[in-house]
Ligand binder design. Sequence first.
Ligand code: NAG
Ligand code: NAG
Ligand code: NAG
Ligand code: NAG
Ligand code: NAG
Length: 363
Amino acid sequence: MEISRINNKLFWILLVVAATNYVEAQTTDCFYVFGDSLSDDGNNNLLPTLAKYNYPPYGIDFPSGATGRATNGRTVPDYLAQFIGLPFIPPFANTRGSDVLKGVDYASGAAGILFETGKQMGADISLDAQITNHGVTIATVTSELGGVEATKNYLKKCLYYVNIGSNDYLNNYFLPQYYPSSHIYNLTQFADVLISNYSRQLRALHAAGARKFALVSLGFIGCAPAEIIAANVSNGCVQDINTAASIFNDKLRVLVDQLNSDFSADSSFILVNSTAIFSLNPNFLGFKVQNASCCKTVTSTGLCVANGTPCEDRNEYVFWDGFHTTEAVNEIFAESAYNASNPDFTYPNNIARLLSSSPSNTN
Ligand SMILES: *[C@@H]1O[C@H](CO)[C@@H](O)[C@H](O)[C@H]1NC(C)=O
Ligand SMILES: *[C@@H]1O[C@H](CO)[C@@H](O)[C@H](O)[C@H]1NC(C)=O
Ligand SMILES: *[C@@H]1O[C@H](CO)[C@@H](O)[C@H](O)[C@H]1NC(C)=O
Ligand SMILES: *[C@@H]1O[C@H](CO)[C@@H](O)[C@H](O)[C@H]1NC(C)=O
Ligand SMILES: *[C@@H]1O[C@H](CO)[C@@H](O)[C@H](O)[C@H]1NC(C)=O
């Protein structure tokens, strides 16, 4: 146990050194994160909601323990920040003054594209509210940098990472006892509602100065252990839910093309293809447990039982709790999005290329 811990630490030190060396070539000093529990790093801690992850065993493998990250260790944005050469990006809930200049994480567990999504669990910060919060950050940046022009020049180099939409299905459409959406819309129509709202929201970020966007498509959300249990599926995943996600994802790709065309003069949008990464990255074959969670979960929420003892072999589990992946999975995912050579993983570019590119009038 001790020896493996030491090795683990050594591994991290080497990785950090490697990532730091690589940074010099990068042009990005700032990273803004929008989304749900897959990216939340503490924004829900003080909200009245069941969607909280700030108690053990969450964070068991994170340097400062349970912080509000919905996993045992680092999230995908944590790894991306490391690859880019930035520190962990602070949650909006904790940021003050100049510490916003390297970025802010606005993500909130249970949140969605739609305002009402996730509200059966309590309060959350929907994507519209996250964008409003980003406006507060921009005002701070403007006073730090001393003007609107300087702020524009700063924002255009920042990475805008958005991973949202899973809860619009899991904590809205597929909970007909709480939400009317499945009575009003079929899956095509609902995906259209989501994509048209998302389009409006991304255009609002562009209008505020964002120029480099990485949009993450939905993963195999019907394969989350909590969904499999809820649907009483004995073998495999909940197919209806995966089908819904793929309808959304196909429309997201069309949106990426549309935005790249509408803003070709000054912006780049990429799609990180979650299902391609999960199904085609050979590194995922090494995980022994694909469909059960590492921690013991509360049936009604799919979240870890407080202070429970999780599995020992966390690197062999895909899922940490009923919904969220382990840090071992998050690391592979982040590498695939950042720097993988497989063209199926990101479209039309990976994140490293998105950051090193400079659209014609961004100089
Ligand atoms: C990205 O890829 C390049 C070239 O393969 C490699 O040198 C670099 O270490 C990679 N960076 C990260 C953070 O994986
Ligand atoms: C939803 O309804 C529209 C209009 O009736 C139809 O064209 C579409 O195929 C339907 N989609 C699904 C997934 O049933
Ligand atoms: C956003 O979604 C709502 C449903 O919650 C819908 O009524 C509205 O038309 C959508 N807005 C846009 C711009 O598509
Ligand atoms: C779950 O499915 C099994 C058969 O696969 C069935 O025997 C059992 O009653 C079901 N449980 C519930 C709660 O529906
Ligand atoms: C993601 O990748 C898979 C496998 O290459 C492909 O079938 C799918 O269409 C892609 N999805 C999107 C939204 O690009």
